[in-house]
Design a protein around this ligand. Sequence first.
Ligand code: A2P
Length: 273
Amino acid sequence: MAITQNYYTLNNGLNIPKVGFGTWQLQAGKETYDSVLNALKVGYRHIDTAQTYWNEESVGQAVKDSSIPREEIFITTKLATKVKDYQGTIDAFHESLKKLQVDYIDLFLIHAPWSGTDRTNRYKEGNIESYKAMETLYNEGKVKAIGISNFDVEDTQNILDNTTIIPQVNQIAYFIGLKPQEVIEFCHQKGILIEAYSPLGVGHLLDNPTINQVAKQYKQTPAQICLRYLLQKGTLPLPKSAHKQRMIENLTLDFTIEPQDMALLDAVDEDPR
Ligand code: A2P
């Protein structure tokens, strides 16, 4: 059975399909539309987009044309990093609703603590303001869950200290070889689910010899090893592919990596991006 039939339960009781379809780097228009439609056809029920992927309209059109009832699809979008104020967040959210052609979002995330390309300033006040707007949207029922992305421990603590609702999710870069242990442990302690973007290291991990050795041993593909590893770490992978066969492969994760092989994969220490 495809893993998409399984769910994590967020800290507010909402179920979220354990593997999401990532849409970063899918071109707006035909590429995104065809990919999302195919993903839905092969069984994905969780689609991850963002305002600054510039493809929300194509995602929305594919969701609509799939004829799958809205409530059966979990849709995430993310607030553009340039928006760091209360009203701007509310306005940007409504833009997303329009583009996606929906009347609620399942999960709305602050895309990053920084703004634009300026990563030196962590925008502590701005993130609190945006998060408070997201709390309003949550309390109004316009989003079913809220959270953060690319937040380290300090950025996350800033939200916990200054707002009311514990984030449901923190979406970070996480794949075999990358070791964001501190923020993962912190979030798990607080009941915040970690979502893993670039779970295949943007595809570059698939040549890694250790991963290939484990893949051979389990008669799985390197991509399946990468994704299963993340599930066994209690995180939610968001693989992207424009190819139907790979989409299916990335959902077929019904096997278990034994502890000694998890340890082998833990020992990989490189970021091939
Ligand atoms: P493509 O879209 O041409 O299938 P990540 O999810 O870490 O960002 O990785 C995405 C990259 O990995 C894309 O280049 C994608 O290529 C490739 N990819 C996704 N799934 C697979 C797979 N099962 N086998 C090989 N390459 C894959």
